[in-house]
Design a protein around this ligand. Structure first.
Ligand SMILES: *Cc1c(COP(=O)(O)O)cnc(C)c1O
Length: 427
Protein backbone atom coordinates (compact mmCIF):
# COMPACT_ATOMS: atom_id res chain seq x y z
CA UNK A 1 0.00 0.00 0.00
CA UNK A 2 2.77 2.44 0.82
CA UNK A 3 3.76 2.56 -2.86
CA UNK A 4 0.70 4.66 -3.60
CA UNK A 5 0.65 8.43 -3.41
CA UNK A 6 -0.92 10.47 -0.62
CA UNK A 7 -4.29 11.02 -2.35
CA UNK A 8 -4.73 7.29 -2.89
CA UNK A 9 -3.54 6.40 0.60
CA UNK A 10 -6.13 8.72 2.17
CA UNK A 11 -8.74 6.41 0.69
CA UNK A 12 -7.19 2.95 0.69
CA UNK A 13 -4.31 2.65 3.16
CA UNK A 14 -4.74 0.44 6.21
CA UNK A 15 -7.51 -1.84 4.98
CA UNK A 16 -7.63 -4.22 2.03
CA UNK A 17 -10.73 -6.45 1.99
CA UNK A 18 -10.41 -10.06 0.86
CA UNK A 19 -12.85 -11.90 -1.38
CA UNK A 20 -16.43 -11.21 -0.34
CA UNK A 21 -15.41 -9.08 2.65
CA UNK A 22 -16.96 -5.66 3.43
CA UNK A 23 -15.67 -2.85 1.23
CA UNK A 24 -15.80 -0.44 4.18
CA UNK A 25 -13.73 -1.00 7.32
CA UNK A 26 -16.11 -3.08 9.49
CA UNK A 27 -17.02 -1.69 12.90
CA UNK A 28 -15.98 -4.50 15.22
CA UNK A 29 -18.19 -3.51 18.13
CA UNK A 30 -16.94 -6.23 20.46
CA UNK A 31 -14.97 -5.96 23.67
CA UNK A 32 -13.68 -9.51 23.50
CA UNK A 33 -12.53 -12.18 21.07
CA UNK A 34 -13.02 -15.94 21.30
CA UNK A 35 -10.29 -18.60 21.33
CA UNK A 36 -10.52 -22.39 21.15
CA UNK A 37 -7.78 -23.16 23.66
CA UNK A 38 -6.14 -21.49 26.64
CA UNK A 39 -2.75 -22.07 25.02
CA UNK A 40 -3.72 -19.97 22.00
CA UNK A 41 -4.80 -17.13 24.29
CA UNK A 42 -1.71 -17.49 26.47
CA UNK A 43 0.54 -16.92 23.45
CA UNK A 44 -1.20 -13.58 22.90
CA UNK A 45 -0.66 -12.53 26.51
CA UNK A 46 3.03 -13.38 26.19
CA UNK A 47 3.20 -11.22 23.03
CA UNK A 48 4.41 -14.35 21.22
CA UNK A 49 1.54 -14.37 18.75
CA UNK A 50 -0.36 -11.36 17.47
CA UNK A 51 -4.12 -11.31 17.63
CA UNK A 52 -7.03 -9.73 19.40
CA UNK A 53 -8.29 -10.58 22.85
CA UNK A 54 -9.60 -7.40 24.47
CA UNK A 55 -10.48 -4.08 22.83
CA UNK A 56 -8.70 -1.97 25.48
CA UNK A 57 -5.46 -3.30 23.97
CA UNK A 58 -6.34 -3.76 20.32
CA UNK A 59 -9.37 -3.79 18.03
CA UNK A 60 -9.43 -4.52 14.28
CA UNK A 61 -11.37 -1.34 13.36
CA UNK A 62 -9.05 0.87 15.39
CA UNK A 63 -5.95 -0.89 14.03
CA UNK A 64 -6.98 -0.42 10.39
CA UNK A 65 -7.46 3.32 10.91
CA UNK A 66 -4.20 3.62 12.86
CA UNK A 67 -2.45 1.86 9.97
CA UNK A 68 -3.86 4.42 7.53
CA UNK A 69 -2.56 7.35 9.61
CA UNK A 70 0.78 5.54 9.94
CA UNK A 71 1.04 5.35 6.14
CA UNK A 72 0.01 8.99 5.67
CA UNK A 73 2.77 10.14 8.04
CA UNK A 74 5.31 7.67 6.65
CA UNK A 75 5.82 5.98 10.04
CA UNK A 76 6.65 2.45 11.17
CA UNK A 77 3.86 1.93 13.75
CA UNK A 78 0.88 3.86 15.10
CA UNK A 79 -1.90 3.74 17.65
CA UNK A 80 -5.13 5.64 18.22
CA UNK A 81 -6.23 7.21 21.50
CA UNK A 82 -9.57 8.53 22.74
CA UNK A 83 -8.45 12.18 22.42
CA UNK A 84 -5.57 14.37 21.34
CA UNK A 85 -4.87 15.05 25.01
CA UNK A 86 -4.36 11.33 25.64
CA UNK A 87 -2.00 11.16 22.64
CA UNK A 88 0.09 14.07 23.98
CA UNK A 89 0.25 12.50 27.43
CA UNK A 90 1.14 8.98 26.24
CA UNK A 91 3.72 10.23 23.74
CA UNK A 92 5.74 11.87 26.52
CA UNK A 93 4.97 9.55 29.44
CA UNK A 94 6.01 6.53 27.35
CA UNK A 95 9.64 7.67 27.64
CA UNK A 96 9.60 9.85 30.80
CA UNK A 97 9.27 9.06 34.48
CA UNK A 98 9.28 11.00 37.73
CA UNK A 99 12.53 13.00 37.85
CA UNK A 100 12.83 13.45 34.08
CA UNK A 101 12.71 16.68 32.08
CA UNK A 102 11.32 17.76 28.70
CA UNK A 103 12.05 20.80 26.50
CA UNK A 104 8.89 22.15 24.85
CA UNK A 105 8.08 25.00 22.53
CA UNK A 106 6.09 27.63 24.44
CA UNK A 107 3.61 28.14 21.59
CA UNK A 108 1.56 24.99 22.05
CA UNK A 109 -2.15 24.29 22.42
CA UNK A 110 -3.46 25.56 25.78
CA UNK A 111 -4.65 22.11 26.86
CA UNK A 112 -1.20 20.65 26.17
CA UNK A 113 0.43 23.48 28.12
CA UNK A 114 -1.78 22.73 31.12
CA UNK A 115 -1.09 18.99 30.85
CA UNK A 116 2.66 19.63 30.83
CA UNK A 117 3.02 22.59 33.19
CA UNK A 118 0.50 21.54 35.83
CA UNK A 119 -0.63 17.91 35.68
CA UNK A 120 2.58 16.17 34.55
CA UNK A 121 4.56 18.40 36.88
CA UNK A 122 2.57 16.77 39.70
CA UNK A 123 3.90 13.45 38.40
CA UNK A 124 7.43 14.74 38.84
CA UNK A 125 8.17 15.49 35.18
CA UNK A 126 9.48 19.01 34.59
CA UNK A 127 9.12 21.05 31.41
CA UNK A 128 11.19 23.99 30.20
CA UNK A 129 9.27 26.12 27.70
CA UNK A 130 11.31 27.84 25.01
CA UNK A 131 10.40 30.51 22.47
CA UNK A 132 10.17 28.57 19.17
CA UNK A 133 12.01 31.42 17.43
CA UNK A 134 15.00 31.22 19.80
CA UNK A 135 18.52 30.67 18.47
CA UNK A 136 20.13 27.22 18.35
CA UNK A 137 22.30 28.28 21.32
CA UNK A 138 19.32 29.34 23.42
CA UNK A 139 17.56 26.09 22.57
CA UNK A 140 20.62 24.05 23.52
CA UNK A 141 20.84 25.88 26.86
CA UNK A 142 17.38 24.55 27.83
CA UNK A 143 18.62 20.93 27.99
CA UNK A 144 19.60 19.20 31.23
CA UNK A 145 21.28 15.85 31.90
CA UNK A 146 17.81 14.39 32.66
CA UNK A 147 16.11 15.73 29.49
CA UNK A 148 14.28 12.88 27.72
CA UNK A 149 12.35 14.54 24.87
CA UNK A 150 11.65 17.72 22.90
CA UNK A 151 8.09 18.74 22.00
CA UNK A 152 6.59 21.25 19.54
CA UNK A 153 3.68 21.93 17.14
CA UNK A 154 4.18 22.22 13.37
CA UNK A 155 1.70 25.12 13.33
CA UNK A 156 0.87 26.32 16.82
CA UNK A 157 -2.76 26.56 17.93
CA UNK A 158 -3.73 29.40 18.32
CA UNK A 159 -0.49 31.41 17.87
CA UNK A 160 -0.10 30.16 14.23
CA UNK A 161 3.69 30.11 14.66
CA UNK A 162 5.43 27.73 12.23
CA UNK A 163 8.06 25.58 13.97
CA UNK A 164 11.56 25.30 12.55
CA UNK A 165 11.40 21.50 12.78
CA UNK A 166 14.99 20.95 11.59
CA UNK A 167 16.35 23.28 14.28
CA UNK A 168 14.41 21.43 16.98
CA UNK A 169 15.33 17.98 15.59
CA UNK A 170 19.03 18.85 15.54
CA UNK A 171 18.97 20.11 19.12
CA UNK A 172 17.09 16.99 20.26
CA UNK A 173 19.47 14.60 18.47
CA UNK A 174 22.59 16.48 19.63
CA UNK A 175 21.37 15.75 23.15
CA UNK A 176 20.42 12.12 22.43
CA UNK A 177 16.64 12.48 22.75
CA UNK A 178 13.72 12.28 20.28
CA UNK A 179 11.64 15.13 18.86
CA UNK A 180 7.86 14.75 19.28
CA UNK A 181 5.75 16.88 16.93
CA UNK A 182 2.04 17.67 17.24
CA UNK A 183 1.07 17.81 13.55
CA UNK A 184 -2.66 18.48 14.10
CA UNK A 185 -2.98 21.76 12.19
CA UNK A 186 -0.72 20.94 9.23
CA UNK A 187 -1.86 17.30 8.78
CA UNK A 188 0.38 14.98 6.70
CA UNK A 189 -1.18 16.55 3.59
CA UNK A 190 0.75 19.77 4.18
CA UNK A 191 3.74 18.60 6.22
CA UNK A 192 5.29 15.24 7.13
CA UNK A 193 7.52 16.00 10.12
CA UNK A 194 9.47 12.71 9.76
CA UNK A 195 10.92 14.09 6.52
CA UNK A 196 12.43 16.95 8.56
CA UNK A 197 13.93 14.84 11.34
CA UNK A 198 11.06 14.42 13.83
CA UNK A 199 10.93 11.02 15.54
CA UNK A 200 7.35 10.80 16.82
CA UNK A 201 4.24 12.55 15.51
CA UNK A 202 0.97 12.98 17.37
CA UNK A 203 -2.44 14.28 16.33
CA UNK A 204 -5.68 15.49 17.71
CA UNK A 205 -7.70 13.66 15.04
CA UNK A 206 -10.67 15.67 16.34
CA UNK A 207 -9.61 18.48 14.00
CA UNK A 208 -8.92 18.19 10.25
CA UNK A 209 -8.53 14.40 10.19
CA UNK A 210 -12.10 13.82 11.37
CA UNK A 211 -12.99 17.19 9.90
CA UNK A 212 -16.73 17.13 10.56
CA UNK A 213 -16.91 17.59 14.34
CA UNK A 214 -18.07 13.98 14.75
CA UNK A 215 -15.62 12.35 17.12
CA UNK A 216 -12.90 13.37 19.58
CA UNK A 217 -9.74 11.31 19.04
CA UNK A 218 -5.96 11.20 18.92
CA UNK A 219 -3.12 9.34 17.21
CA UNK A 220 0.55 8.60 17.91
CA UNK A 221 2.89 7.62 15.09
CA UNK A 222 6.49 6.43 15.47
CA UNK A 223 9.04 6.93 12.70
CA UNK A 224 10.92 3.85 13.95
CA UNK A 225 14.18 5.73 13.43
CA UNK A 226 15.19 6.90 16.88
CA UNK A 227 17.79 4.48 18.23
CA UNK A 228 16.77 4.03 21.87
CA UNK A 229 19.45 1.35 22.33
CA UNK A 230 22.18 3.98 21.94
CA UNK A 231 20.96 5.56 25.18
CA UNK A 232 19.84 2.66 27.43
CA UNK A 233 20.38 4.76 30.57
CA UNK A 234 17.99 7.42 29.31
CA UNK A 235 15.30 5.04 28.12
CA UNK A 236 15.33 2.06 30.50
CA UNK A 237 11.62 1.49 29.84
CA UNK A 238 12.40 0.54 26.25
CA UNK A 239 15.83 -1.04 26.69
CA UNK A 240 15.51 -3.16 29.85
CA UNK A 241 13.01 -5.88 30.82
CA UNK A 242 9.47 -4.73 31.71
CA UNK A 243 8.62 -6.65 34.89
CA UNK A 244 4.97 -5.68 34.45
CA UNK A 245 4.92 -7.50 31.14
CA UNK A 246 6.61 -10.87 31.61
CA UNK A 247 10.09 -9.33 31.47
CA UNK A 248 9.88 -8.35 27.81
CA UNK A 249 12.53 -5.90 26.52
CA UNK A 250 10.65 -3.89 23.89
CA UNK A 251 13.62 -2.90 21.70
CA UNK A 252 14.86 -6.51 21.59
CA UNK A 253 11.51 -8.15 20.89
CA UNK A 254 9.99 -5.56 18.53
CA UNK A 255 12.98 -3.72 17.06
CA UNK A 256 13.26 0.04 16.63
CA UNK A 257 10.20 -0.04 14.32
CA UNK A 258 7.84 -1.48 16.91
CA UNK A 259 9.26 -0.91 20.40
CA UNK A 260 7.80 2.52 21.20
CA UNK A 261 4.21 1.88 20.03
CA UNK A 262 4.12 -1.66 21.47
CA UNK A 263 5.18 -0.34 24.88
CA UNK A 264 2.63 2.49 24.72
CA UNK A 265 -0.08 -0.07 23.85
CA UNK A 266 0.62 -2.94 26.22
CA UNK A 267 1.71 -0.74 29.11
CA UNK A 268 0.08 2.71 28.94
CA UNK A 269 -3.14 1.68 27.20
CA UNK A 270 -3.38 -1.35 29.46
CA UNK A 271 -3.04 0.83 32.57
CA UNK A 272 -4.72 4.13 31.60
CA UNK A 273 -7.21 2.81 29.06
CA UNK A 274 -7.81 5.89 26.87
CA UNK A 275 -9.04 3.88 23.88
CA UNK A 276 -11.26 5.28 21.15
CA UNK A 277 -14.48 3.41 20.41
CA UNK A 278 -14.52 1.41 17.14
CA UNK A 279 -17.53 3.51 16.10
CA UNK A 280 -15.51 6.73 16.49
CA UNK A 281 -12.62 5.21 14.52
CA UNK A 282 -15.06 4.42 11.73
CA UNK A 283 -16.12 8.10 11.65
CA UNK A 284 -12.47 9.13 11.67
CA UNK A 285 -11.80 6.94 8.66
CA UNK A 286 -14.63 8.56 6.71
CA UNK A 287 -12.99 11.90 7.42
CA UNK A 288 -9.57 10.63 6.34
CA UNK A 289 -10.96 9.51 2.98
CA UNK A 290 -11.43 13.18 2.00
CA UNK A 291 -8.58 14.72 3.98
CA UNK A 292 -6.57 15.60 0.86
CA UNK A 293 -9.55 17.36 -0.76
CA UNK A 294 -10.68 19.20 2.34
CA UNK A 295 -7.25 20.43 3.45
CA UNK A 296 -6.58 21.89 0.00
CA UNK A 297 -9.93 23.72 0.06
CA UNK A 298 -9.45 24.92 3.66
CA UNK A 299 -6.12 26.47 2.63
CA UNK A 300 -7.50 28.01 -0.56
CA UNK A 301 -10.42 29.58 1.33
CA UNK A 302 -8.24 30.73 4.24
CA UNK A 303 -5.86 32.47 1.86
CA UNK A 304 -8.76 34.38 0.30
CA UNK A 305 -10.11 35.31 3.74
CA UNK A 306 -6.67 36.39 4.98
CA UNK A 307 -6.12 38.62 1.93
CA UNK A 308 -9.59 40.13 2.30
CA UNK A 309 -9.02 40.88 5.98
CA UNK A 310 -5.60 42.39 5.28
CA UNK A 311 -7.16 44.91 2.91
CA UNK A 312 -10.00 45.88 5.29
CA UNK A 313 -9.75 49.26 7.02
CA UNK A 314 -11.38 48.00 10.25
CA UNK A 315 -8.89 45.16 10.66
CA UNK A 316 -5.83 46.03 12.77
CA UNK A 317 -3.66 43.02 11.92
CA UNK A 318 -3.82 39.54 10.32
CA UNK A 319 -1.76 36.44 11.11
CA UNK A 320 -1.54 33.69 8.48
CA UNK A 321 1.68 32.00 7.40
CA UNK A 322 0.58 32.01 3.75
CA UNK A 323 0.51 35.82 3.60
CA UNK A 324 3.70 37.41 2.19
CA UNK A 325 5.14 39.53 4.97
CA UNK A 326 3.81 37.29 7.75
CA UNK A 327 6.40 36.59 10.46
CA UNK A 328 6.27 32.89 9.52
CA UNK A 329 6.03 33.25 5.75
CA UNK A 330 9.57 31.98 5.06
CA UNK A 331 9.30 29.02 7.44
CA UNK A 332 5.92 28.29 5.90
CA UNK A 333 7.43 28.23 2.41
CA UNK A 334 9.99 25.72 3.59
CA UNK A 335 7.85 23.36 5.66
CA UNK A 336 4.37 23.99 4.20
CA UNK A 337 4.86 24.73 0.50
CA UNK A 338 1.31 23.60 -0.40
CA UNK A 339 -0.42 25.69 2.26
CA UNK A 340 -0.50 25.90 6.05
CA UNK A 341 -4.01 25.41 7.46
CA UNK A 342 -7.49 26.93 7.49
CA UNK A 343 -7.09 28.95 10.66
CA UNK A 344 -6.51 32.70 10.40
CA UNK A 345 -6.25 35.03 13.37
CA UNK A 346 -6.80 38.76 13.24
CA UNK A 347 -7.55 41.83 15.33
CA UNK A 348 -10.49 44.19 14.95
CA UNK A 349 -9.69 47.88 15.40
CA UNK A 350 -11.30 49.06 18.64
CA UNK A 351 -10.16 46.12 20.81
CA UNK A 352 -12.27 43.78 22.91
CA UNK A 353 -15.60 45.64 22.43
CA UNK A 354 -15.18 45.84 18.65
CA UNK A 355 -14.29 42.16 18.45
CA UNK A 356 -17.40 41.24 20.47
CA UNK A 357 -19.54 43.37 18.17
CA UNK A 358 -17.99 41.69 15.11
CA UNK A 359 -18.71 38.24 16.52
CA UNK A 360 -22.35 39.12 17.16
CA UNK A 361 -22.79 40.19 13.55
CA UNK A 362 -21.73 36.85 12.01
CA UNK A 363 -24.40 34.57 10.62
CA UNK A 364 -22.72 31.82 8.57
CA UNK A 365 -19.73 31.43 10.88
CA UNK A 366 -20.77 29.84 14.14
CA UNK A 367 -19.25 30.73 17.49
CA UNK A 368 -17.77 27.47 18.74
CA UNK A 369 -14.92 26.18 20.91
CA UNK A 370 -13.60 24.24 17.96
CA UNK A 371 -11.30 24.64 14.97
CA UNK A 372 -10.36 22.78 11.82
CA UNK A 373 -13.86 21.76 10.86
CA UNK A 374 -15.72 21.71 7.52
CA UNK A 375 -18.02 24.40 8.92
CA UNK A 376 -16.54 27.87 9.46
CA UNK A 377 -16.30 28.59 13.16
CA UNK A 378 -14.93 31.44 15.15
CA UNK A 379 -13.82 32.16 18.70
CA UNK A 380 -13.01 35.38 20.54
CA UNK A 381 -10.72 34.09 23.31
CA UNK A 382 -10.99 37.29 25.38
CA UNK A 383 -14.73 36.78 25.82
CA UNK A 384 -14.70 32.95 25.89
CA UNK A 385 -11.76 30.75 26.90
CA UNK A 386 -9.86 33.65 28.52
CA UNK A 387 -12.82 35.78 29.70
CA UNK A 388 -11.74 35.94 33.34
CA UNK A 389 -8.61 37.90 32.37
CA UNK A 390 -8.27 41.68 32.10
CA UNK A 391 -6.35 43.26 29.20
CA UNK A 392 -3.00 43.20 31.05
CA UNK A 393 -3.38 39.52 31.94
CA UNK A 394 -4.38 38.73 28.35
CA UNK A 395 -1.22 40.42 27.08
CA UNK A 396 0.89 38.29 29.43
CA UNK A 397 -0.83 35.16 28.08
CA UNK A 398 -0.07 36.26 24.51
CA UNK A 399 -3.76 36.71 23.65
CA UNK A 400 -4.59 40.18 22.38
CA UNK A 401 -8.01 41.51 23.54
CA UNK A 402 -9.01 42.07 19.92
CA UNK A 403 -7.81 38.62 18.70
CA UNK A 404 -10.38 36.68 16.70
CA UNK A 405 -9.52 33.05 15.85
CA UNK A 406 -11.24 32.32 12.59
CA UNK A 407 -11.35 28.70 11.40
CA UNK A 408 -12.18 28.89 7.71
CA UNK A 409 -14.39 26.04 6.53
CA UNK A 410 -14.98 24.56 3.10
CA UNK A 411 -18.11 26.52 2.21
CA UNK A 412 -17.92 28.88 -0.78
CA UNK A 413 -15.23 31.46 0.03
CA UNK A 414 -17.43 34.27 -1.34
CA UNK A 415 -20.13 33.46 1.24
CA UNK A 416 -17.61 33.36 4.10
CA UNK A 417 -16.19 36.72 3.03
CA UNK A 418 -19.67 38.25 2.61
CA UNK A 419 -20.44 37.17 6.19
CA UNK A 420 -17.28 38.85 7.47
CA UNK A 421 -17.99 41.97 5.40
CA UNK A 422 -21.45 42.35 6.89
CA UNK A 423 -20.25 41.77 10.46
CA UNK A 424 -17.40 44.29 10.06
CA UNK A 425 -19.80 46.89 8.64
CA UNK A 426 -21.66 46.84 11.99
CA UNK A 427 -18.52 47.49 14.02
C1 LIG B 1 -7.33 20.24 20.01
C2 LIG B 1 -5.89 20.06 20.07
C3 LIG B 1 -5.30 19.14 20.96
C4 LIG B 1 -6.12 18.35 21.96
O1 LIG B 1 -6.91 17.42 21.29
P1 LIG B 1 -8.31 16.84 21.81
O2 LIG B 1 -8.69 15.91 20.73
O3 LIG B 1 -9.25 18.02 21.97
O4 LIG B 1 -8.06 16.16 23.11
C5 LIG B 1 -3.94 18.96 20.93
N1 LIG B 1 -3.16 19.66 20.08
C6 LIG B 1 -3.69 20.56 19.21
C7 LIG B 1 -2.78 21.31 18.30
C8 LIG B 1 -5.06 20.79 19.18
O5 LIG B 1 -5.56 21.70 18.32
Amino acid sequence: MSDYRMNTNCIHAGYRPGNGEPRNIPIVQSTTFRYATSEAMGALFDLEASGYFYTRLQNPTNDAVAAKICTLEGGSAAMLTSSGQAASFYSVFNICSCGDHVVSSSTIYGGTYNLFAVTMKRMGIEFTFVDPDCTAEELSAAFRPNTRAVFGETIANPALAVLDIEKFAKAAHDHGVPLIIDNTFATPINCRPFEWGADIVIHSTTKYMDGHANAVGGAIVDSGRFDWTKYPDKFPGLCTPDESYHGVTYTERFGLEGAYITKATVQLMRDFGAIPSPQNCYYLNIGLETLHLRVARHCENAMKVAKYLQSHEKVAWVKYAGLPGDKYYELGRKYLPNGSCGVVSFGVKGGRKAAERFMAGLELASIATHVADAKTCVLHPASATHRQMNDAELAAAGVAPDLVRFSVGIEDAADIIADIEKALADV
